[in-house]
Design a binder for this molecule. Structure first.
Ligand code: 7RM
Length: 652
């Protein structure tokens, strides 16, 4: 019973294009394998060597102190992350290179060079100091995707304040939950944010949240939309006014390798937010290194990751990783479909983006909108594509490969988590042949394994639990002020190993296939199935855009499968006869693709699925709906509440 049955078979193999490999940082699978073998057999030597790529104020003496499950990396070292992302570039020819190319939703463009970014960061670091922020204090950041967000993060890092970014789309309640847990002293926000043509009132949300956050002393407000807001005397400070007074000289504070860099909240299943805490040196090293190798970053690249900084991907792959490499990172403020569904393709065309990193949920929505939108744009500047956030179903992968990548760009399907800080399982684009739907092989120094419930490695091809056997530099250090929760959540189930919470299988080539969260594994008549496989089978039907499959209690089978399905535009007939026929067709399709046991018992068509802001389907909520019960858990991360209401209505 311990293993998870797996049915999906994918035989297609895409070797890296030779023109790509010729110029890549890692050019052959053999080269990857050699480096990987060394990183596992001599981790201290390997990481010591890699750490030389950073700028240290004081060298460390011990690579790793590992008192399971508490790690300290590069013990005795001192460094500053903002110095590594800024000063060391601004002191070279990169001073006038674009660090950030920013585009606002209404269409403004700002190019911020490394020299300018350093100046702004120093000034804002001085502003924070003048507001009484000292090393170790927590600073909340609740901003839109504007350059000031990167400035605020880097300024915290410069003085050793611990930042905690709250996604700008979250409610006042979510802000107060998180900022209370962090005991933030200062919150940095904006008057408003531009989203889908209208304004999100960030400052008003902060005002509402602050009633119940006693720790907050000051609120810094960036003027973005220019709307009228209330400024509270003694507490609120305009960003532009404070910056006008501030000195542009601020030496980078020498910080201990293990000094906490940030706390990022992820929603647990219980109500209490979980503050994932990251360190300075280990995090920086792995964010920098993965950016270089996975995105094959070169001096000439224009790199565009669509993630919001409220998500860990925005931390590691919009801000810290690319800047540590001296790269040019594109930052886009708004919705991907504003004013039209081709906004991202337009950005790629106009800025000549060469590396593009986005989420499968976005790709599925592009598929749904049809090929005409991307086909209108010249995207020949692209040379590499990436995905993150969820398993990508092979059909969406193929679409991305053909329509966006012009069959020329390798795709890196990168598996990692808020907790891992950086990419863990991924192809190296010049070295690893890819298989649609697989994250392929572990990154250097990472030792993943698929195990049964006793923690024993299962044979190739068999599904099980994904664990990581060795500590890695960018691993979370603890849950903020709750080490017991850290131990319970990640280290208890398989003692000595990190439990990811994901199901996976490793194939005969050592490639990893992520099957989704183990909470999403269902047991139908004695068969344990990853619901993601059923979803993938549904999406492979030409009329299906997206699907989420959950279990509901069933007297006979224990659990029955309930599928929530979004059809492509115009695919469903409206009369009940056509709808029933479509349901039968989909059930038969799944039976053909996987087998009769995976056939959904119920199919419900819906216009939208409940998702988090980062695009993950909230199956937990769908489970409640499928079971006909009221939702009780945490819904603060839900993107659109009306989706839930609509699904409940359909129920009645
Ligand atoms: C970066 C991020 C983590 C969870 C993780 C998985 C899922 C992420 C992939 C993936 C399959 C991928 N952090 N996940 N990437 N599943 N293939 N390439 O997403 O903390 O928000 O989520 O996301 O379940 O455990 S996260």
């Amino acid at each position: 019973m311990s293993e998870i049955h797996t049915f999906l078979k994918e035989a297609r193999l895409f070797p890296p294009p030779p023109e790509f490999s010729d110029k890549a940082h890692v050019r052959h699978l053999e080269e990857y394998r050699e480096m990987y073998a060394r990183s596992i057999s001599d981790p201290d030597g390997f990481w010591a060597e890699q750490a030389e790529t950073l700028t240290w104020q004081e060298k460390w003496h011990t690579v790793l102190e590992w008192k399971v499950p508490f790690a300290q990396w590069f013990v005795g070292g001192r460094l500053n992350l903002s110095e590594n992302c800024l000063d060391r570039h601004a002191s070279t020819w990169r001073k006038n290179k674009a660090a950030i190319i920013w585009e606002g939703e209404p269409g403004e463009i700002r190019v911020v060079t490394y020299g300018e970014l350093l100046r702004e960061v120093c000034k804002f670091a001085n502003v924070l100091k003048s507001l009484g922020v000292v090393k170790g204090d927590r600073v909340g950041i609740y901003l839109p995707m504007i350059p000031e967000a990167a400035v605020a993060m880097l300024a915290c890092a410069r003085i050793g304040a611990i930042h905690s970014v709250v996604f700008g789309g979250f409610s006042a309640e979510a802000v107060s939950d998180r900022m209370n847990d962090a005991e933030a002293k200062v919150i940095i926000t904006a008057d408003g944010a531009c989203r889908r043509g209208s304004i999100v009132h960030l400052k008003a949300n902060v005002d509402a949240a602050c009633h119940s956050i006693p720790s907050v002393e000051k609120v810094v407000v960036v003027r973005r939309t220019g709307e009228t807001i209330e400024m509270r005397g003694g507490r609120d400070v305009w960003y532009h006014e404070a910056m006008a007074q501030a000195s542009a000289t601020c030496p980078p504070e020498p910080l201990d390798s293990e000094h906490p860099l940030f706390i990022l909240y992820t929603s647990g299943t219980t109500g209490k937010p979980k503050g994932v805490q990251h360190s300075t040196a280990g995090y920086l090293l792995q964010a920098a290194m993965t950016s270089k190798y996975v995105f094959d970053l070169k001096e000439e690249d224009t790199y565009f990751c669509t993630a919001d900084i409220g998500w860990v991907t925005g931390h590691s792959y919009v801000v810290y990783g690319p800047l540590a490499n001296g790269a040019t990172t594109v930052m886009y403020e708004g919705a991907p479909n504003f004013p039209r569904p081709d906004r991202l393709w337009d950005i790629i065309e106009r800025h000549r983006v060469s590396v593009f990193y986005t989420a499968p949920t976005a790709i599925r929505s592009f598929v749904r909108q049809g090929d005409d939108w991307p086909n209108r744009h010249d995207m020949t500047s692209l040379r590499l594509l990436g995905t993150v956030g969820e398993p990508i179903n092979p059909e969406a992968w193929m679409w991305y490969h053909k329509v966006i990548g012009g069959e020329r760009c390798p795709i890196v399907d990168t598996w990692w988590q808020t907790e891992t800080g950086a990419i863990m399982i991924t192809p190296l684009p010049g070295a690893t042949p890819t298989k649609p739907g697989s994250g392929t092989l572990p990154f250097f120094g990472i030792l993943p394994e698929v195990v049964d419930k006793e923690g024993h490695k299962v044979p190739p091809g068999q599904g099980g639990f994904l664990v990581i056997r060795k500590p890695w530099p960018s691993m979370l250090r603890t849950v903020f002020r709750d080490p017991d929760r850290y131990v319970d959540q990640y280290w208890k189930r398989f003692p000595g190993s990190y439990f990811t919470g994901d199901g996976a299988r490793e194939d005969e080539d050592g490639y990893f296939w992520i099957m989704g969260r183990v909470d999403d594994v269902v047991n139908v008549a004695g068969h344990r199935l990853g619901t993601m496989e059923v979803e993938s089978a549904l999406v492979s039907h030409h009329r299906v855009a997206e699907a989420a499959v959950v279990a509901r209690p069933d007297e006979l089978k224990g659990q029955a499968l309930c599928a929530f399905v979004t059809l492509k535009a115009g695919a469903a007939g409206s009369d009940s006869f056509a709808i029933e026929a479509m349901k039968e067709e989909l059930k038969a399709h799944v039976a053909r693709e996987i087998g009769p046991i995976a056939k959904p018992d119920d199919i419900r068509f819906t216009d939208a699925l409940p998702k988090t802001r980062s695009g993950k389907i909230m199956r937990r909520l769908l489970r409640d709906i499928a079971a006909g019960s009221q939702t009780i858990g945490d819904t603060t991360t839900l993107e659109d509440f009306s989706v839930l209401a609509k699904l409940r209505e359909d129920e009645e």
